[in-house]
Design a protein around this ligand. Structure first.
Ligand SMILES: *C1O[C@H](CO)[C@@H](O)[C@H](O)[C@H]1NC(C)=O
Ligand SMILES: *[C@@H]1O[C@H](CO)[C@@H](O)[C@H](O)[C@H]1NC(C)=O
Length: 294
């Protein structure tokens, strides 16, 4: 039996979980995908799948939301061995940041080189439309400003340096590749690039807060992703984040943005398929490029 719910940040804990997984599966993933809502399909499309429930993996955090069973899925996208996280952990649920980011270091120790994160967020940039896919060019770690930062505490040099640079956290090459893939798939008109801001949630922003975020240069806002990206960058993973704009954040007292919920769900479903195509093509491309450069 493994203890659950306790914090588990020692190198030995990461090592044990990694070793356990390597013992249980012959998959050796190169790409990790953290699947946002609606993108679970992506894992279903992988070949040669092997699935683990989070609750069966030693030290892995377990979802507290009933019915939201978390699963780690290993599988192949064309020739690329991948691992998918279906279900992940939010700060607002009460997890510590070490729990939220625990899987990222497991991926690193398993040999993953590239991490793709997909999510939904609210559009702040006035030009954004519901259904746009935003390539995350950069982020603002608002909880981090207030000390809620996953790298606080003693630094383990085996993962990375004490004062890591974050200026290039979101790979420029990969962002360019998404733009190319977008052209090929004929969906450039709704692929955008922008700055994502994380807030802890769980409440949505007030209008004053939303306006503040706009002044600060944020194009979209959401309640996850930045801790995972930060820890991934710290340990040397290449990162690409894609965010589906599911609603427009209200910035005006007189004109409350009323979005039609059905319409939003419909767009999400439609766009999830496109997002899936983009991610699949991107993974294939990365594989081809790494073959070409060798
Ligand atoms: C993305 O955001 C949505 C809605 O805000 C949330 O339900 C989901 O868990 C998030 N997913 C990821 C991968 O961050
Ligand atoms: C992995 O397998 C080896 C060899 O069978 C075993 O000694 C080790 O205890 C296993 N590790 C874990 C964490 O299950």
């Amino acid at each position: 039996m493994h203890t659950k719910g306790t914090c588990c940040c020692s190198f030995e804990d990461y090592k044990l979980t990694t070793e356990w997984l390597l013992n249980q599966t012959s998959h050796r993933p190169k790409v990790a995908v953290i699947c946002g809502s609606g993108l679970g399909l992506l894992a279903d499309g992988a070949a040669n799948k092997q699935t683990f429930k989070y609750q069966d993996i030693p030290h892995f955090p377990v979802s507290t939301v009933p019915g939201h069973e978390g699963r780690l899925v290993f599988g192949m996208i064309e020739d690329t061995p991948c691992v998918f996280m279906q279900g992940h952990f939010h700060l607002y649920e009460g997890y510590s940041l070490c729990q939220v980011t625990f899987p990222v270091r497991i991926f690193k120790l398993m040999g993953v080189e590239l991490m793709l994160v997909t999510n939904a967020s609210g559009g702040i940039c006035p030009d954004f439309k519901v259904g746009d896919i935003m390539i995350i060019k950069d982020h603002i770690n608002l909880p981090g400003f207030a000390g809620q930062h996953p790298l606080c505490g003693p630094n383990d040099e085996r993962f990375g340096i004490r004062f890591p640079s974050m200026s290039d956290a979101h790979s420029k090459d990969l962002r360019g590749l998404v733009l190319d893939v977008g052209v090929e798939l004929g969906c450039s008109d709704f692929i955008r690039e922008g700055v994502y801001c994380m807030v802890s949630g769980p409440n949505f922003e007030t209008i004053a807060e939303a306006r503040m975020l706009q002044v600060l240069g944020c194009d979209s806002v959401g309640m996850s992703m930045v801790p995972e990206v930060t820890v991934a960058k710290h340990c040397g993973l290449r990162v690409l984040g894609l965010s589906l704009i599911t609603n427009k954040v209200s910035l005006d007292y007189s004109r409350e943005e009323k979005v039609n919920h059905e319409e939003v769900l419909e767009i999400c479903k439609m766009r999830a398929e496109v997002l899936q195509k983009i991610v699949t093509k991107l993974i294939t491309r990365c594989q081809q490029q790494s073959i070409n450069t060798h």
